[in-house]
Structure formats: structure tokens, C-alpha cells
Design a protein around this ligand. Structure first.
Ligand SMILES: Cc1cc2nc3c(=O)[nH]c(=O)nc-3n(C[C@H](O)[C@H](O)[C@H](O)COP(=O)(O)OP(=O)(O)OC[C@H]3O[C@@H](n4cnc5c(N)ncnc54)[C@H](O)[C@@H]3O)c2cc1C
Length: 408
């Protein structure tokens, strides 16, 4: 397969790199100092809104939304977007500048695809304008949520309102003061067939009965200002018009939502691993032990060579999946989506771990991006479904194929 990027994508890549160089690199140290100051926990860095405005003016906005969404979309395919997401992924914090960060991207796709016109007007529009942020509440502390049929939050119709009761956690973005609504998955009918019990409903974060219990840390990082919240919902009432698509359609929406979200994570993961790889090479050129530069030691050369192969494998798998989604759609490409979701974070972890090793003690402190990158990639083996669940999908599809062939 040939992955020479289309000229439109190449132009945007150049434009994005130029934007980052001109507007983001000069303020990066300020942003990092702000983030690392414990007094700023859950506060938003004021420069973010200025950067967003500039990115929007430059036309580097909502690039993630594929061209099937018509007027809402800037018109890129997934394959054209992939290298752009990779560039954004090189710095953990900058996707928001371009309105391309999770969980908003997944929520925008849900509302664009399944939302009613009033839902689009009220929630999708400000989200696409970057005026607000959002959260997605599926995972629950009390049940093994990698099997989403286990969730227990109830959504009950009472008159003109749905009443929601349940506890969620790992609600990414839930700590952010800009997070104005959540898409909540729960059950409207506990007796329906397994995959028709679930529904999704829009819940404004300031609804009475919705309470943030605590922020969760990820291997010691709070990921402020978005954070990951544990949230209790007790008799939370929302108008029945807030139901998305229809009762019993939640599972269907979840499948539609997580496919594109997963490939975006992988695209950014390749970018982050590529940046750590560059740092590894840089360090190996600078430091010297036993009379040689690090890169002159065979052990270090092996780490560089293995990392290059891992990086290219991760990139090509991701591009091949993006191309498949464009040509056959996310449902038919679900085996490739599942495959990259476990393959890419693991490849990225290997690259980043080697970069940490080459940096020695510096690799695990916060002077470099490496420790945070390692934490974030380790997390990605769990977020949006753990490795085991995606391997199950791939294995089942593969076995099914062989079984069918053996019967021919
Ligand atoms: C940083 C972060 C951000 C997240 N953001 C969100 C969010 O925004 N919204 C949201 O709803 N959720 C979010 N999640 C939650 C995430 O999607 C879940 O943690 C994940 O789906 C696993 O569910 P669980 O934690 O209940 O693990 P469990 O379901 O309890 O699974 C635990 C382990 O069991 C094993 N296992 C499960 N099934 C199988 C199998 N078939 N075969 C073999 N082993 C198996 C796996 O090793 C798995 O890791 C986030 C998680 C993290 C860490």
C-alpha cells in the first residue's frame, strides 16, 4: 500500500507545523510552568483561548471530523487527518488548541451523527466552536466496564423527564470548568436483550443531583485542567428530549463513537513516540560514557534501530487502518481498529521506555516529556477498552474467517 500523502494533507501539515513553530513553541515553557505549579491545579491557562482563536482563524480547526459530515466538516479523510493528528500528538497538550481533543471529538461525532436538530443547536454548535468542553460517562466503579453490557446506571422515564441514578468514574474532562455537559450511558430497560438495554442521554454538568466526588490521578498525574472525575448522579432529571437517537440504541452509539476515537488516540500516540524517539537520538549524541558517545555503543544503537522499526510499524498500521475506514467504513474496519488499539500503544511504550533508558535519571523526572509520555501511553492500554477486549475482537474475527474458509 502506498501512503504518499495527498497534496491537501501535505499543505495542511506544513501549515500546522508553521503554526506550532510561530504560536505554540514560544509559549510552551510558560504553559508547562503553569501546569507544573500545584497552585494551578484545575485552573485553565489563560493563553489557551488566545491560541484557539488563532488556530480557528488559520483554518486549523475541527480537522478530525471526516468529510462524510458534509458542511460541518473541513473536508478531510481519515488518512489525510492522520499525519495532522500525529503532529498534534507530539506535544501532549496542544490538540485542544485545534479543537481536536478527546473526549470532545468523539462526542462531536456522536451529536453530528445521531443528534436531533435541537441537540445539535444547543450542544454540538458550541462544542464545535470551542466555546465549551464535554465528557463521556460510561465506565462505573462497581462493575467491570470493559464489558459495557455490565453497566448499572439507570435512566428512567418519568413524565417529561429522564431520571438518572448511578456512579461513574474515569470521566475524562469532568474536572474542567469549561465542561458543560456529559453524554451519559445507562440502562433504560434492564429486561431487554443484552445489547438493547442501554441508552445515551445528554446531561448538563450543572444539573441538580450531579456531584463530582473526586479527581482520579493517572500514575500520579492529574491531567489538569481536564482531569478524570468520579461522579455521582442521584435523581438527576433531564428533559426527555435529551435522549440521543432513541431508547435501547446506546450500544449502537457507543460502537460508532469509540471507533474513530480509537484511531485518533493511535495517531497522536505515534506523534508522541516519534518525539520521544527524537529526544533519544539527541541525548545519545550529547552524552558520553567510557570514552564514547552513547550512540556509539552497540546497546544504544540497538535501541535506536528497534525504536525506528517500532515507530514505523505503529505509523503504517495506523495509516492502513485510516485508509480502511475511509474506503470500507468503521464497521467493516473494526478488526483493524481493534488491532491498532492494542498494537500501537504497546509499540509506543517500547519506544518511549527506551528513550527513558537512554536519558538515565533525567528520563524519569519532569524536566523531559518522557515520564509523562510513558504514563500516558501505559494508560492508553486501558482507556477506550483494555488490550484484552480488542484482542478478543480480532481473534474472533480471524477465527471466524478461517472457520468459514475451512467449510468451503
Ligand atoms: C486515563 C483514563 C481515561 C479514561 N477515560 C474514560 C472516559 O472518558 N469515559 C469513560 O466512560 N471511561 C473512561 N476510561 C475508562 C476505561 O475505558 C475503562 O477503565 C476500561 O474500559 C476498562 O474497564 P474497567 O476499568 O472497568 O476494567 P475491567 O472491566 O474491570 O477489566 C479489568 C481487566 O480485566 C481484563 N479483561 C477484561 N476482559 C477480558 C477478556 N475478555 N479477556 C481477558 N482479560 C480481560 C483486562 O486485563 C482488563 O484490563 C478511562 C480510563 C483511563 C485509565
Amino acid at each position: 500500500m502506498n501512503f504518499e500523502y495527498a497534496s491537501k494533507s501535505k499543505e495542511l501539515q506544513a501549515k500546522l507545523r508553521a503554526f506550532i513553530q510561530e504560536h505554540i513553541v514560544p509559549v510552551e515553557a510558560e504553559y508547562i510552568a503553569f501546569q507544573q505549579n500545584p497552585e494551578n491545579l484545575w485552573k485553565r491557562w489563560e493563553g489557551m483561548e488566545k491560541l484557539k482563536k488563532k488556530a480557528k482563524q488559520a483554518g486549523l480547526w475541527n480537522l478530525f471530523l471526516p468529510k462524510d459530515y458534509g458542511d460541518l466538516s473541513p473536508g478531510l479523510t481519515n488518512l489525510e487527518y492522520a499525519p495532522l493528528a500525529e503532529i498534534m500528538g507530539e506535544k501532549i497538550w496542544i490538540s485542544e488548541v485545534f479543537n481536536c481533543s478527546a473526549p470532545d471529538t468523539g462526542n462531536m461525532e456522536v451529536l453530528a451523527k445521531y443528534g436531533s436538530e435541537p441537540q445539535k443547536e444547543k450542544w454540538l454548535k458550541p462544542l464545535m466552536n470551542g466555546e465549551i468542553r464535554s465528557a463521556f460517562l460510561m465506565t462505573e466503579p462497581e462493575v467491570a466496564s470493559s464489558d459495557a453490557t455490565n453497566i448499572e446506571t439507570s435512566i428512567v422515564l418519568e413524565g417529561d423527564a429522564y431520571v438518572i441514578n448511578g456512579r461513574k468514574w474515569w470521566s475524562s474532562g469532568g474536572m474542567d470548568s469549561h465542561c458543560k455537559f456529559a453524554i451519559v450511558m445507562g440502562k433504560t430497560d434492564f429486561n431487554a436483550p443484552r445489547h438493547q438495554q442501554q441508552s445515551m442521554v445528554i446531561v448538563p454538568m450543572d444539573t441538580e443531583g450531579l456531584r463530582i466526588i473526586r479527581p482520579l490521578s493517572v500514575l500520579g498525574y492529574y491531567d489538569s485542567p481536564e482531569g478524570h472525575a468520579e461522579i455521582q448522579m442521584t435523581n438527576v432529571r433531564v428533559p426527555k428530549e435529551n435522549l440521543i437517537l432513541g431508547e435501547g440504541r446506546g450500544f449502537e452509539i457507543a460502537q460508532g463513537r469509540l471507533g474513530p476515537g480509537r484511531i485518533h488516540h493511535c495517531m497522536r500516540a505515534v506523534g508522541l513516540a516519534a518525539r520521544c524517539y527524537e529526544l533519544m537520538i539527541q541525548r545519545s549524541l550529547e552524552r558520553e560514557t567510557f570514552g564514547k558517545k552513547l550512540f556509539q555503543h552497540g546497546g544504544c544503537q540497538e535501541m535506536i534501530a528497534d525504536s525506528k522499526a517500532d515507530l514505523e510499524s505503529a505509523r503504517l498500521l495506523t495509516l492502513s487502518c485510516a485508509s480502511a475506514i475511509d474506503s470500507i467504513g468503521p464497521h467493516k474496519a473494526r478488526d483493524l481498529i481493534a488491532m491498532i488499539k492494542y498494537a500501537v500503544p504497546n509499540l509506543a511504550i517500547r519506544v518511549i521506555d527506551r528513550a527513558v533508558q537512554v536519558h538515565g535519571g533525567a528520563g524519569v523526572c519532569s524536566d523531559f516529556i518522557l515520564a509523562r509520555a510513558l504514563a500516558s501511553m501505559r494508560t492508553l492500554r486501558i482507556a477506550d477498552g483494555p488490550d484484552a477486549v480488542h484482542k478478543r475482537t480480532v481473534a474472533r474475527i480471524e477465527v471466524n474467517k478461517s472457520y468459514r474458509h475451512s467449510k468451503l
